[in-house]
Design a protein around this ligand. Structure first.
Ligand code: ZN
Length: 644
């Protein structure tokens, strides 16, 4: 198909607050968007996927002051947290917008001016209860506490009365327009229950909205009234226009706007379903097709957030599992609109049962038998019998259902159906017992048919999984000797017997190694890290330093700790005695390159038990982006010599 004849599909995540610590909640929204975007590409759409960061506002300003930085220096530093996470999660966004980019600021100023000229923005005085922490005026219906003050319902902190000159947006003038729009577009907000919530909110009446501040300096100022800074929501929402080229590349903008789907968390529904369409109506832009509000991941029944201190760092899971198990778990566990409860137990259970047992083992068995019985060649021989046809037909109807589910954003249903198919392939193998056929020379053709049929089933299964698990899908195709990538093939072209006869398969590495929950939790505890930018230098007294006994240690023996990725167990001589030590350095050093090396060891540290081994000391190593670099002595120094 010609590039420009494809229908366009524009999907967004919210722009994340740059001062936040990225957690499972951010990852969830972005993974949903990525899976939908990847599916739409397979389905023949010209997809534009936008994500980014919201970088203005009082919290960034305050945090920067505390760290002795300018706000932009802080933003430049912490935006990396999000970019790194998206890389680790294999997120294929087309553009990453930062609201501090000058084209965004200019675009917002231009739209502001347009609305002001039109009379939809006017100057007035606003007085209200204001939460500094959330940078928001409390809604009028928050009740007064005993003592005559108000408490912010979002963060529980005390609010102040703030009165200031500001610009207002005439939101009240759009109440009827909005209601008419919702009536004409009943699927504008999804799921349906959220649409009802929005309609009844708007019916209660809309007040004009203050959209500038004089108290906040870090933001987009008004060119002709520079004491005023544009309020964060008016600033942030317009990223959906500027991010796809508004005012900078109008051709690109017109190609993709209006957005097909804004994916959001349900906590920012009103901003997206009330304010945003009103701003767009006022400025004369077409309105987005759908605002889809997903649920929250809860930890111990509480929403995950920085202020609650229960942030789940996805990096810990990603280091042990790679991106696909987390992508799979978050999309499989709950439908997009509902809340889910996140636990490591639940996660590991799913990974072990669905990914390791059902899928990983299947790939392993089929390809091992292909290697053993057909020298790795996938051969299309033997007649197709009824049960073989059953598998083929099963795929034909599965493909249609999965397409429909992905298309309706019912990602969990698509995955459920794919797993039913995977289990039918497992049953097919159990029923046909190829390992027994292999013992009978007269059954060679039948054996070939059974393995061919199973390989074809894996080939199409991997394809259907690609939107959710792109890395694993690509691996399975490679193992099957496929030189194409599933991401480059259109949905309509994937037939059941897409494998060429004679194609050479590879002996695969285990796709999803089983992980023991206890081991994972131990590893997690050890790797809980504070983000580097939040570390504070703390001084210790010289007397404290003197207490630490550093010695030269000689590594006598080193070996990997079985069942771990990172741990090495060493026998280290510290002159007077030998010590057993365990260190997380196996990814950087091979055991035999360590033997005979001399290192710095702290010898009077309380022993720690790691994987059941008592580690009686700790070696010193530099931490370079999470990789250990050990300083070795070049000179010939005796083991046990003091280091100070
Ligand atoms: Zn608050």
């Amino acid at each position: 198909m010609e590039e420009n004849s494809k229908p366009s599909f524009y999907i967004t995540t919210p722009i994340y607050y740059v001062n936040d610590v990225p957690h499972i909640g951010h990852a969830y929204t972005t993974i949903i968007a990525d899976a939908i975007g990847r599916f739409k590409k397979l389905a023949g759409y010209d997809v534009f996927f936008l994500t980014g960061t919201d970088e203005h506002g009082q919290k960034v300003e305050k945090a920067a002051v505390e760290k002795g930085m300018t706000p932009i220096q802080l933003a430049d530093k912490v935006v990396i947290r999000f970019k790194k996470l998206w890389e680790a999660l294999n997120i294929s966004f087309d553009y990453f917008i930062r609201t501090t980019q000058s084209f965004h600021e200019q675009g917002v100023q231009k739209i502001f001016q347009k609305l002001k000229d039109k009379g939809d923005i006017y100057k007035g005085i606003y007085e209200g209860w204001y939460c500094v922490s959330d940078e928001t005026f409390l809604s009028e219906d928050v009740r007064l506490e005993n003592g005559g003050h108000k408490i912010c319902p979002d963060c529980g902190k005390k609010a102040n009365v703030v009165s200031e000159e500001c610009y207002f947006f005439k939101l009240s003038a759009y109440q009827e327009h909005l209601i008419a729009f919702y009536q004409k577009n009943p699927t504008f907000v999804r799921p349906q229950s959220r649409m009802n919530e929005v309609v009844s909110f708007v019916r209660q009446g809309l007040k004009d909205l203050s959209i500038t501040r004089t108290t906040v300096k870090w933001g987009i100022s008004l060119p002709d009234d520079p004491a005023h800074t544009i309020y964060v929501w008016f600033d942030a929402l317009h990223n959906y226009l500027t991010g796809t080229g508004y005012d900078r590349d109008m051709k690109l903008f017109e190609k993709y706007w209006p957005a097909t789907i804004h994916l959001i968390g349900k906590d920012i529904l009103r901003h997206h379903a009330v304010l945003w369409p009103a701003f767009l109506m006022a400025a004369g832009f077409p309105l987005p097709k759908t605002v889809y509000a997903h649920g929250w991941w809860l930890k111990d029944k509480t929403k995950i957030s920085k202020s609650k201190g229960n942030v789940l760092d996805p990096h810990i899971i990603l280091r042990s599992f790679g991106p696909d198990p987390l992508r799979y778990f978050l999309l499989r566990e709950i439908p997009i609109g509902l809340d889910g409860n996140f636990s490591h137990e639940g996660f590991i259970h799913r990974v072990n049962s669905d990914l390791s047992n059902d899928l990983g083992n299947l790939v392993q068995r089929v390809l091992t038998m292909t290697t053993k019985y057909f020298d790795g060649k996938i051969v299309d021989i033997g007649a197709e019998e009824a049960e073989d046809t059953h598998l083929r037909n099963g795929y034909e109807s599965l493909k249609k259902r999965v397409y429909r589910y992905y298309d309706k954003y019912s990602l969990n249903r698509a995955l459920e159906d794919i797993w039913t198919f995977i289990n039918s392939v497992n049953r097919y193998l159990a029923d046909n017992e190829p390992w027994k056929l292999a013992k009978d020379k007269t059954q060679k053709k039948r054996l070939g048919r059974v393995l061919y049929q199973s390989s074809c089933a894996l080939h199409v299964t991997a394809y259907l999984l690609y939107p959710v698990m792109p890395e694993s899908a690509e691996k399975i195709w490679r193992y099957l000797g496929e030189d194409r990538s599933p991401g480059g093939e259109s949905f309509s072209s994937i037939e059941f017997d897409g494998l060429k006869s004679g194609q050479k398969a590879l002996q695969p590495e285990p796709l999803f190694p089983r992980i023991n929950l206890k081991d994972f939790l131990e590893e997690e505890e050890k790797t809980q890290v504070v983000p580097a930018e939040e570390e504070k230098m703390e001084f210790i007294a010289f007397d404290d330093f003197k207490k630490m006994d550093f010695r030269v240690g000689e590594i006598l023996k080193a070996e990997k700790v079985e069942g771990t990725q990172k741990l090495i167990k060493m026998e280290v001589s510290i002159g007077t005695e030998n010590r057993t030590m365990v260190a997380g350095i196996a990814e950087e050093y091979a055991p035999d390159e360590l033997e005979g090396k001399k290192i710095v060891v702290i010898v009077n540290l309380q022993p720690a038990v790691i994987r059941g081994i008592e580690s009686q000391g700790m070696l010193l190593a530099a931490d370079v982006d999470g990789k250990a670099v050990i300083p070795f002595f070049v000179e010939d120094v005796p083991a046990g010599a003091k280091v100070r």
